[in-house]
Write a protein that binds this ligand. Structure first.
Ligand SMILES: Cc1ncc(COP(=O)(O)O)c(C=O)c1O
Length: 326
């Protein structure tokens, strides 16, 4: 366990020895935490496009972003969706780069029979207050390599010697977990299926609410697996002529909250802002992000609240309201 998922990513990059002169690839559409520590270790962030069907990085976009300096790729299981990890692994192996799986929001997702978090040399989870399992703040680092595990373990506790008390052999970090929060997380792990099913219930309600409207897209189910549905997102197909700002404005006017699909990271001021070149390089991310919103995902959302929210979206699309869920 780590203080949060962001610090788990930092620890993993440090453990892998990634630093100045190295490049690390991340998808355009993710929470900024997937990428920030690439900058903090002194490496260069390279943004890859996302896939129209999975909304995650594709193997093709990964391959297009690889250069002789690429050391690692951080693949993100966005909103519980799973990327095509078989194809991504093949590309990464061919180019000898390590795969890190950011499964922050994918607890309970399964791809080709394997659980999210079991791919790559290391993976990370988040137990942030909005996540399927929460410890208020918290995260987890899973490492599939003994040497790397020992290195991360050492770096997270001030580079403390294993054999001599209060003796430090390197200037390192304080990324220790809080044991009280670990107890909270452990208790929630006992009922993980109940929590994941509650998230999947929301996804199935949304599927019902929009089933009669063509050209609308919700989190897809991965091949031979399932979507943990941490957060359901809705992409408006081009035929609806919608963009996320317009939908959010309408929702807010109706007294509802509206949250956007993640902006392409390269378009934000933190990474220098949008340019025609960036948009042209990763067109799917810029296009999909512009047409997507995140739907209410709280465990405590009642059917009545869900119905009112879905009907607000149906009304924006000029569709009649649903009377109830079946
Ligand atoms: C994809 C992704 N990665 C990393 C994080 C960071 O998690 P934390 O807030 O636990 O540091 C988040 C948080 O929402 C996330 O969605």
């Amino acid at each position: 366990m780590t203080p949060n998922c962001t610090s788990a990513i930092h620890l993993l990059l440090l453990g892998l020895g990634i630093g100045p002169g190295d490049e690390v690839i991340v998808p355009e559409c993710t929470w900024i935490a997937s990428a920030t520590h690439i900058t903090h270790v002194g490496a260069t962030t390279v943004f890859a496009d996302i896939d129209e069907a999975t909304w995650c990085m594709s193997a093709t976009s990964l391959e297009a972003a690889i250069t002789p300096r690429t050391k690692a790729v951080i693949v993100v299981d966005l909103y519980g969706n799973m990327p095509d990890l078989d194809a991504i692994r093949q590309v990464a192996d061919r180019h000898r780069i390590v795969v890190i799986e950011d499964a922050a929001g994918a607890l309970g997702s399964v791809y080709q029979g394997a659980k999210a978090g079991s791919f790559g040399i290391g993976s990370v989870f988040s137990f942030h207050r909005t996540k399927t399992i929460t410890t208020g703040e918290g995260g987890m680092l899973l490492v599939d390599d003994d040497r790397l595990f020992k290195r991360c373990h050492f770096l997270r506790d001030h580079g403390r010697s294993q054999t001599k008390h209060y003796f430090n052999t390197e200037v390192a970090y304080k990324y220790m977990p809080c044991n009280l929060l670990a107890a909270l997380g452990h208790a929630q792990f006992q009922r993980i299926e109940v929590l994941v099913q509650a998230k999947r219930h929301l996804l199935s309600r949304y599927r019902q609410a929009f089933a009669d409207i063509p050209d609308l897209y919700l989190n897809p189910e991965p091949p031979a697996g399932r979507n943990g549905a941490w957060c359901t997102a809705l992409i408006f197909g081009k035929s609806h002529g919608m963009n996320k700002e317009k939908v959010i404005d309408e929702l807010v006017k109706g007294g509802f909250e509206g949250r956007p699909f993640f902006y392409p990271l390269s378009s934000m001021p933190a990474y220098g802002g949008e340019t025609p070149e960036k948009k042209c390089k990763n067109p799917v991310a810029y296009d999909l992000s512009g047409r997507g919103i995140c739907l209410p995902a709280s465990f405590r959302t009642s059917d009545e609240e869900l119905l009112a929210y879905c009907n607000a979206i149906r009304s924006i699309l000029g569709k009649s309201p649903l009377v109830n869920f079946t």
